[in-house]
Write a protein that binds this ligand. Structure first.
Ligand SMILES: Cc1cc2nc3c(=O)[nH]c(=O)nc-3n(C[C@H](O)[C@H](O)[C@H](O)COP(=O)(O)OP(=O)(O)OC[C@H]3O[C@@H](n4cnc5c(N)ncnc54)[C@H](O)[C@@H]3O)c2cc1C
Length: 512
C-alpha cells in the first residue's frame, strides 16, 4: 500500500499491506473494551495511540479505577470479586446499589437531561459489562480506602461506589494492555490519528501521523475512543466559556478533541452538553496537565466536612449539599467562577484525622495556624476580616444538637446563612486549624458525538448512521449533563466500548 501526505510535498511512504478489520483510535479503557469486544468477534484489531508508550492509558490511567456498578447484594459482588474473603464479607456492610438507585442518581445529577436510551444501556449493562471485563482477566477489589467508613468495627459503604480495579487506573490499563496483546491485538504508540478515510458515504480507515510522517491505514470499521477536548485550551474557552483556558487539566495532555473534530469534519452530529464538563477542586499549584507520579492526589475531596471560602472570605457553595460523589464534579466550575479562580478549604483539628489521604501528600498548598486570626493572615489572597466574620456567622449557625455522621446525610446543618450548609456542619473552633488552596481542575468534557445506543455507530446530522464509524468513551455526547456521579466514566467506557467493539467487529465480519 502506498500513501502520502495531503499536500504532495510530503515524502511518500511505502508500507507493507496493513489493512485491519477494526482500527481503534486511542488506548484508554473505552478503547481497550472496544478492541477486546471486536477481537471476540474474530476481527483483526489495531489500536492507534497518540501518546508515547511511557505516557499510555489516557485519562483511564489517571483514575483511581473506581467503577459505578449496579448490584443487588454481596453475592453479585462476589461474582465480580471472587477474591473476597468470608472475613471481609463478615466485616463489611456492602449494602446494595440497585439499577433503580443508579437511574435515580443519573437522573438527579443530570437534571433529567441524560439521554434515556444511553442511560438505560449504561445502567442495565453495568454489572454485565464489568463481569465481562473480569472474565477477560481484570481484577476488582472493594474501595475500602475511599468509599467506606468503619462503624463499630465494621466497614460500611456509602454513595453507591463500591468496586475499583486492582492497582487503580494504572493497574487497570496495564492489565488491559496485557490482555489485549495476549489476544493478538496490535497496539502502536506515538501514532496520532489525524483524519478519517471517508468516501462521502462510509469510513474506510484513518490517516495517522507517526514518526513525523502521515500514513494511511485501511479498515472495515473504525472505533473512535480518543477522549474529549479537556486538554485543548482553545476549545475549552470556545465551548465551556471564558475563563476555562485557566483551568488545570487533571489527566492526560493528549485529549484535545481530535476524534470529535475528525467525525464532525465528515458530517457527524454533535450531541450533548457541549458547554458542560466534569471539574473538581484541584491543588492551586498543580501543573498544567496531570502528573502520573501524583495521579489524582491533587484533588481535595474532603470539603463536605469543612468549609470553602473565596477571596472575599465568604462561602459560596453548600459544601454538604450531598455526598461528595454527587457534588465534586460540578464544584470545580463553582471555584473557577470565584474571583481569581481559587478557594481555600478550611478544617479544624476535629476533622483533620478523617481527611482523605490526598491531603497528606508532599505537593500540597497548605497552611496551618493555632488561632483563626493567625489563619486569616495566612490565607493568601483572602480578605482576613471577611473570613473571620464568615467563620463566626457559620459557627453560630451550626446545629450542634444533631450528631455528626459522615456515613449518612446526617442533616447536621448550618441554616439561616446566605449560603446554608445542609449536612456535616461542624463548628470550626478547635485548634490547630488547617487550610488547603484549590483551583479548578478539569477532568473531561461532556459534549461529543451522537451515537446509536444499540451499536455506538456515529450518527450524521441527518440522524443516519455513518457506515464504518463507531465511538465510545468520553467523546460520546448525551450521557452526562451539568454533573456526573463518581465512577461512571470508566463504566460508560466499558459498556459503550463493548457495544462499539461488538458492532464494529460484526460489521467487519459482514464485509463492511
Ligand atoms: C484524575 C482523574 C481521576 C479519575 N477518576 C475516575 C474514577 O476513579 N472512576 C471513573 O469512572 N472515572 C474517573 N475519571 C474519568 C475517567 O478517566 C474517564 O471517564 C475515562 O477514563 C475515559 O476513558 P476513555 O477511554 O474514553 O478516554 P481516555 O482514557 O482518556 O483515552 C483516550 C485515549 O485517546 C488517545 N488519543 C487522543 N487523541 C488521539 C488521536 N488523535 N489519535 C490516537 N489516540 C488519541 C489519548 O492519548 C488517550 O490515551 C478520572 C479522570 C481523571 C483525570
Amino acid at each position: 500500500m502506498q500513501f502520502c501526505g495531503s499536500d504532495g510535498n510530503r515524502r511518500k511512504t511505502e508500507l507493507a499491506q496493513q489493512d485491519y478489520d477494526v482500527i481503534v483510535v486511542g488506548a484508554g479503557n473505552a478503547a481497550f473494551c472496544a478492541a477486546l469486544a471486536a477481537r471476540e468477534q474474530g476481527a483483526s484489531v489495531l489500536m492507534l495511540e497518540r501518546a508515547p508508550e511511557d505516557e499510555n492509558g489516557g485519562n483511564s490511567r489517571f483514575t483511581a479505577g473506581a467503577f459505578r456498578v449496579a448490584y443487588d447484594g454481596v453475592e453479585d459482588l462476589r461474582a465480580l470479586m471472587p477474591d473476597l474473603t468470608d472475613t471481609e464479607v463478615a466485616n463489611t456492610d456492602f449494602g446494595t446499589y440497585t439499577t433503580d438507585q443508579f437511574f435515580d442518581d443519573m437522573f438527579r445529577v443530570t437534571r433529567y437531561r441524560t439521554d434515556p436510551e444511553l442511560c438505560e444501556r449504561l445502567v442495565r449493562q453495568s454489572f454485565e459489562g464489568l463481569n465481562w471485563l473480569r472474565g477477560k482477566g481484570v481484577r476488582f477489589v472493594p474501595i475500602y480506602g475511599r468509599q467506606a467508613f468503619k462503624i463499630d468495627g465494621r466497614f460500611k459503604f456509602w454513595g453507591g461506589l463500591t468496586v475499583e480495579a486492582w492497582g487503580g487506573g494504572p493497574g487497570l490499563v496495564d492489565r488491559e494492555t496485557e490482555i489485549a496483546r495476549g489476544l493478538g491485538i496490535e497496539i502502536r504508540y506515538g501514532a496520532r490519528v489525524v483524519d478519517l478515510k471517508f468516501d462521502g458515504h462510509a469510513v474506510h480507515g484513518v490517516r495517522v501521523k507517526s514518526g513525523g510522517e502521515i500514513h494511511e491505514l485501511g479498515a472495515r470499521s473504525v472505533v473512535l475512543a480518543s477522549g474529549g477536548f479537556e486538554s485543548n485550551a482553545e476549545w475549552r474557552t470556545r465551548y465551556l466559556g471564558p475563563g476555562w483556558e485557566l483551568a488545570k487539566v487533571r489527566g492526560t495532555r493528549f485529549n484535545t478533541g481530535d476524534g470529535i473534530r475528525m467525525a464532525l469534519d465528515i458530517g457527524a452530529s454533535p450531541y450533548g452538553n457541549w458547554s458542560g464538563c466534569h471539574a473538581v477542586g484541584w491543588d492551586y499549584n498543580a501543573p498544567e496537565f496531570g502528573d502520573l507520579t501524583v495521579g489524582d492526589n491533587f484533588q481535595k475531596h474532603s470539603y463536605p466536612w469543612g468549609i470553602m471560602v473565596n477571596a472575599t472570605g465568604r462561602r459560596f457553595v453548600d459544601e454538604g449539599a450531598d455526598f461528595r460523589n454527587y457534588t465534586y464534579a460540578r464544584y470545580g466550575r463553582e471555584i473557577l467562577n470565584q474571583p481569581d479562580q481559587f478557594a481555600w478549604q478550611v478544617f479544624d483539628s476535629k476533622i483533620v484525622p478523617i481527611l482523605r489521604d490526598e491531603y497528606r501528600i508532599k505537593r500540597v498548598t497548605k497552611v496551618s495556624a493555632g488561632t483563626l486570626e493567625e489563619l486569616a493572615g495566612k490565607l493568601e489572597g483572602v480578605d482576613p476580616k471577611g473570613f473571620l466574620a464568615e467563620v463566626e456567622a457559620y459557627n453560630d449557625a451550626v446545629d450542634t444538637d444533631t450528631p455528626f455522621d459522615p456515613n449518612v446525610k446526617d442533616g447536621r446543618a448550618a441554616r439561616g446563612l446566605a449560603v446554608p450548609k445542609s449536612n456535616w456542619a461542624n463548628r470550626i473552633d478547635e485548634p490547630p486549624f488547617e487550610a488547603y488552596q484549590v483551583t479548578c481542575g478539569i477532568t473531561f468534557t461532556f459534549g461529543g458525538l451522537r451515537v446509536d445506543p444499540d451499536s455506538c455507530q456515529v450518527m450524521d446530522s441527518d440522524m443516519a448512521p455513518i457506515p464504518g464509524l463507531y465511538a465510545a468513551g468520553e467523546l460520546v455526547g448525551g450521557i452526562f449533563c451539568f454533573n456526573y456521579p463518581g465512577g461512571t466514566g470508566l463504566m460508560s467506557g466499558t459498556v459503550f466500548g463493548r457495544v462499539a467493539g461488538i458492532a464494529a467487529g460484526a460489521a467487519a465480519n459482514a464485509g463492511g
